[in-house]
Design a binder for this molecule. Structure first.
Ligand code: ZN
Length: 77
């Protein structure tokens, strides 16, 4: 298990080190976020699994990165 600090400012190893936490909330409904979308502006959007899928078709055309941790929903702690 990795321990994830509240601040994830390191940008060197984005592929596997970035983890969404319970503190990350869906921008649409406020549920726990499982999907992070990197935008060309440098910003990011957070979505729950439901809204991630809902907006994926639209956002995937402009997003520069798509970080999906929704598989966690099927895991037991
Ligand atoms: Zn949502």
């Amino acid at each position: 298990m990795q321990s994830v600090a509240a601040e994830t400012s390191a940008v060197s190893d984005l592929e596997n080190t970035y983890q969404l936490t319970a503190a990350d909330r869906c921008d649409s409904c406020g549920a726990q976020a499982y999907i992070r979308v990197d935008m060309p502006s440098g910003g990011e959007l957070l979505f729950c699994a439901h809204h991630g899928r809902k907006y994926q078709e639209k956002l995937s055309q402009v997003a520069t990165g798509w970080h999906d941790e929704s598989a966690k929903l099927n895991e037991r702690p």
